[in-house]
Design a protein around this ligand. Sequence first.
Ligand code: NAD
Ligand code: HSE
Ligand code: NA
Length: 435
Amino acid sequence: MSEVRNTPITVAMLGCGTVGGQVARLLHEQADDLTARIGRPIRLTGIAVRRPHRHPEIDPELLTTDAEALVDSGVDLIVEVIGGIEPARSLLLRALKSGTSVVTANKALLAEHGPELHAAADSSGADLYFEAAVAGAIPLLRPLRESLAGDRISRVMGIVNGTTNYVLSAMDASGSGYAETLDEAGRLGYAEADPTADVDGFDAAAKAAILASSAFHTRVRAEDVHREGISGLSAADVAAAQLLGRTVKLLAICERVVDQSGAESVSVRVHPAMIPRAHPLASVGGAFNAVFVEAEAAGQLMFYGQGAGGAQTASAVLGDVVAVARNRVAGGYGPRESAYARLPVRPMGETPTRYHVSLDVADRTGVLSQVALVFAEHDVSIAIVRQEGRSDEASLVLVTHTASDAALRSTVDKLAGLPAVREVVSVMRVEGEEA
Ligand SMILES: NC(=O)c1ccc[n+]([C@@H]2O[C@H](COP(=O)([O-])OP(=O)(O)OC[C@H]3O[C@@H](n4cnc5c(N)ncnc54)[C@H](O)[C@@H]3O)[C@@H](O)[C@H]2O)c1
Ligand SMILES: N[C@@H](CCO)C(=O)O
Ligand code: NA
């Protein structure tokens, strides 16, 4: 072997928690295979941590508390698995501007500061890879950015947060309590450091922003994503879904919308939705993720696998490390940001959706027609009505056809004010079936 082929590709890692610990293990255990696949050895030269004594499994010579010095140490590649915005943002900008490539699992950072990071990478010719940031182990961003680069994507919809899917699956299967299953998801290493990022939909919204940006060649930031989490969901919502043969999932939905004049926009949203039990997403349980992609020529594609967990996420990180290392060996670089389409993001109120509404109403003549009139006044067409009487009270379930989200929201507000409506038991969007 020539001297060049023996010169290692050097890697420094920032953070060594759930994901970082597994990246360090795999880099060590698979060193020979990685060398063969890349064509040069790969060497981990340092790991920045906050408390070195907490990492007895790592060679102490590798550990440092000075992340900045590690970034400046002249390595080929930085792996960032700290999470959060700062200091990750400053450290990665520093690396990229100086020509050091970056592999990161940090969706929060990419969804808020992606354009700035991409620009820094462009300025120096460094690579920026982030497969682990969306749907953990599942290859999803590379298919969108590379395999489907010749197609026109119309829709990306799926389950992209393992923690909330774990909680919803448990609530659906056994009626278990919300708090106890959330604690368990944390113990299993799925939840974010602050689990409100999971339950309030911030994590899924960041992933939706990254997916929409890649799918539609448009910059979509986390703040552009309509976001509703699962913390407001009750056992009544889950039971209401079960009554109609549906289940509740937290969905990320990115759609290309073409209006009557032919103008295009994108709708990007995260919210709980009822889907039919026969829908493929309904059987996605535990911390698994699954994402449907619809493209004009390819048709429907489905990606399924482990969306969270240390080793699973480390698999995606390692795949990116190999990709960057191969680029170094070959002398090229990976795909750059593609944001040429500049599509506007459609406000949620103008997005076409469907609602399921469950009401407790007084069981007397004329109530059903009063309720139906409110829907008609808002130009919302009803697809299903189901009524069950209980002494002087009745349970009324209505599922609408497609209407603008704003019209549906006003309908529900008006219904809540009707004297005959005793309680709005559950309101949820419906997805995954013909409107
Ligand atoms: N855990 C998962 O399943 C998963 C899946 C996909 C993506 N991610 C992403 O991977 C990243 C890491 O997640 P994690 O679950 O490993 O988190 P973690 O909290 O387990 O690990 C983060 C580590 O970084 C360390 N750290 C914090 N500030 C630091 C600093 N200034 N310098 C050095 N170290 C510092 C912390 O002490 C901790 O050990 C996050 O961006 C997360 O969103 C995690
Ligand atoms: N907290 C995230 C980790 C994976 O990104 C989840 O539960 O899906
Ligand atoms: Na992924």
